[in-house]
Design a protein around this ligand. Structure first.
Ligand SMILES: C[C@H](O)[C@H](O)[C@H]1CNC2=NC(N)=NC(=O)C2=N1
Length: 122
């Protein structure tokens, strides 16, 4: 694991937080300059709840994710643009996402509804 930590950060702190995140299902991607995770949810209603909580928090903190939603999943990417790299803002927001997802409750990918399936109702 060779994450790109932004200049000016406490490198050891951010790295150890990233290790914790990776052990709880986050992945480093885009040349290890981003962390990403997909949450699978039981309903579109829960997709909406989780997205809205993440968006509200990111508005408050002025730190915004790339958020991709499907009928049954939310994928979140965090990085910092200036200075470029991973920062404590990213790790804090990632942990926030995990906390909210735990409260809402996630499901295994196989249990989540697929778009177009007979069960796929909001
Ligand atoms: C000017 C403003 O503070 C910046 O553009 C903020 C906004 N939101 C941001 N969000 C994220 N994820 N990374 C950033 O570097 C960032 N920068």
């Amino acid at each position: 694991m060779q994450p790109k930590i932004a200049t000016g950060e406490d490198e050891n702190k951010v790295k150890s937080e990233l290790e914790e995140l990776v052990s709880s299902g986050w992945q480093l991607d885009k040349n290890e300059v981003q962390v990403a995770k997909t949450y699978h949810l039981a309903s579109y209603r829960n997709v909406k709840f989780l997205s809205l909580e993440i968006m509200s928090r990111s508005q408050l903190k002025n730190h915004h994710p790339v958020l991709t939603t499907t009928v049954s999943s939310v994928t979140v990417h965090w990085t910092t643009h200036n200075p470029p790299g991973l920062t404590e803002k990213d790790t804090l927001m990632a942990k926030y996402c995990d906390n909210v997802a735990e409260i809402i409750g996630t499901v295994d990918p196989e249990e989540s509804k697929k778009c177009g399936s007979a069960q796929s109702q909001i």
